[in-house]
Design a protein around this ligand. Structure first.
Ligand code: FAD
Ligand code: NAP
Length: 304
């Protein structure tokens, strides 16, 4: 029986584990991949206090290292379901089951699909959701980035080091991205914009992407543009399928908590991007994790 089981070892889960383990609790952290979560797909982080800039994988390792010192148990697994049996919580993975007094859900968010014809067919054949993973395969090509948020604009800038040109297509005439990121994109000679427009279809030659049909949402005008790759950054969806039966999310699937990171179910906490919140960042994930790590200690003291 664990004192707390944390699901997901992104920045929120790792910080929760650190705080809980420093309170001498028996802590397990279940992760399906490498520690770091979305940070592993981030080339450079420039807004984490204490570092002028640091790569995502490096910050991931810096957060992971202290967990070994405090004997957090790392468990590999894909969590499928969480069950509540009175004060006992059960975490079911594809081949195991674990019991704990408390759970901290830190499963984050996953990229949203665009839903355009050709997207699925050409995924990994010119359509990508990760510039850091795939950008180097597109040297000297004309690339399209879809979206107007921080991810789209930042990753478009990243892609300019490989690409001949990078075009950002956005459905409005104003970006959502932070001003400092926008300014950098506007100053980059390799970056062009198609405003007020959406992707209608991604076309290919059966082997890979060759062009994209774009529609201007104001005029209805359709145009075809040649691109060797399409990077899609149209937002994120919460990863909450394992709690679908527990009624702790809003209609869109984001987990609802109070300011102590407690859900409506006693002993079940949620932290980081998976929560319904305004600002999804590493700093806010880490803050949530600290509050929940301390919160499970208080919960266990109160319930023992
Ligand atoms: P995540 O980082 O999403 O981690 C969740 C973890 O849970 C993952 O490791 C996942 O494998 C695991 N998991 C999920 N489901 C299961 C399951 N069923 N079983 C087991 N494990 C599971 N923020 C910044 O502050 N600065 C930046 O520069 C920045 N750049 C970004 C660039 C990109 C391209 C993206 C996509 C995001 C960026 N962000 C940035 C946002 C930041 O990465 C997130 O806010 C942060 O990682 C959220 O942390 P988290 O721990 O809540 O979730
Ligand atoms: P986001 O902020 O939700 O932006 C999604 C973008 O895609 C928006 O511009 C949106 O348009 C557009 N969009 C949504 N659905 C679309 C559709 N069907 N067709 C065309 N366009 C569509 O998502 P994100 O950029 O992935 O960022 C996710 C979170 O991570 C945010 O909290 C962000 O701040 C954080 N993040 C931070 C950094 C950083 O701090 N450096 C970097 C990356 C990500 P509208 O603008 O019209 O809504």
């Amino acid at each position: 029986m664990y004192d707390t089981l944390i699901i997901g070892s992104g920045p929120a889960g790792m910080t929760a584990a650190l705080y809980a383990a420093r309170s001498n609790l028996k802590v397990g952290i279940i992760e399906q991949g490498a520690p770091g979560g979305q940070m592993n797909n981030t080339f450079e982080i420039e807004n984490y206090p204490g570092y002028e800039h640091i790569s995502g994988p490096e910050l991931s390792m810096k957060m992971y290292e202290p967990l070994e010192k405090f004997q957090v148990e790392n468990i590999y697994g894909i969590v499928q379901k969480i069950e509540v049996d009175g004060n006992v919580k059960r975490v079911i993975t594809e081949d195991n089951s674990y019991e704990s007094k408390t759970i901290i859900l830190a499963t984050g968010a996953k990229y949203r699909l665009l839903g355009a014809p050709g997207e699925e067919e050409y995924t990994s054949r010119g359509v990508s959701y990760c510039a850091v993973c795939d950008g180097a395969f597109f040297r000297n090509q004309d690339l399209l980035v879809v979206g107007g948020g921080d991810s789209a604009v930042e990753e478009a800038i990243y892609l300019t080091q490989f690409a001949k040109s990078v075009t950002i297509v956005h459905r409005r005439d104003e970006l959502r991205a932070q001003k400092v990121i926008q300014d950098r994109a506007f100053a980059n000679e390799k970056i062009k914009f198609i405003w007020d427009s959406v992707v209608k279809e991604i076309k290919g030659n059966d082997i890979k992407v060759s062009s994209v049909m774009v529609e201007n949402v104001k005029t209805g005008e359709l145009s075809e543009h040649e691109f060797g790759g399409v990077f899609i950054y149209v937002g994120m969806n919460p990863v909450t399928s394992m709690v679908a039966d527990l009624a702790i999310t809003d209609d869109a699937g984001w987990v609802l908590t109070d300011d102590k990171m407690q859900t409506s179910l006693s002993g079940i906490f949620a932290v980081g991007d998976v929560r319904q919140k305004d600002l999804r960042q590493i700093t806010t994930a880490v803050g949530d994790g600290a509050i929940a790590g301390q919160g499970v200690y208080n919960y266990i003291v109160e319930h023992s």
